[in-house]
Ligand binder design. Structure first.
Ligand SMILES: [Zn+2]
Length: 74
């Protein structure tokens, strides 16, 4: 076996045509592999969704941004 994959190349996020990281479970796991717990925040209403969804369950908006979720509170 001669895998020549570098660490940087191993994080291949699935992106759209504009280079945006898509709100799909594959990318959620890619973030997890980096030690980050990430969720999707709806730009329309501020709903946080984890695991991510392409469409907001609250207002059905498809505008989103990735946010890192804090998990060190307790
Ligand atoms: Zn929303």
């Amino acid at each position: 076996m001669s895998k020549t994959m570098t660490r940087e190349a191993s994080k291949d996020f699935v992106r759209d045509a504009h280079g945006e990281i898509l709100p799909i479970i594959e990318n959620f796991y890619s973030y997890c592999a980096e030690g980050k717990l990430m969720g999707i925040k709806c730009v329309g209403c501020g709903e946080i969704m984890c695991p991510p969804r392409a469409i907001c369950r609250n207002c059905l908006s498809d505008k989103y941004e990735w946010v890192e979720l804090k998990s060190k509170e307790n």
